[in-house]
Design a protein around this ligand. Sequence first.
Ligand code: THU
Length: 129
Amino acid sequence: MENEVLITYAKKAMENAYAPYSRFSVGAALLTREGEIFTGCNVENASYGASICAERCAAMKAVSEGYTSFVKIAVVSDSGEYTYPCGICRQFLAEFMENGSVVLEDKNGKIREYSLAELLPHTFVLLTD
Ligand code: THU
């Protein structure tokens, strides 16, 4: 899957962003190992802490449909700047992205791609026995 295609899905998802409080719309599109695409947008709430980011929205949709391995995720916002996933989303994605990457685009259509490991070194891992 071309990064440009995934970015197009993310932009489409951004149209559904519900962001009346921050007025910052975000869209995400992730590609699963099986080749399925799941999209998400940020969904805010009057109780601010209940809001969810676009990346976790997409991840929740995928996992709840039985897809738990992601190859890459594209993220865009209406800011025109590269929109890097927040810390919570990085940790959340790490659960489902081994060797996965994050694809970003700015207002000039320039794409940057990072490995998730690069964005979140020393991921928290729960050690149990
Ligand atoms: N947001 C995302 O959806 N993804 C990010 O990576 C950063 C932040 C959302 C959360 C909130 O609705 C708005 O952007 C402002 O923080």
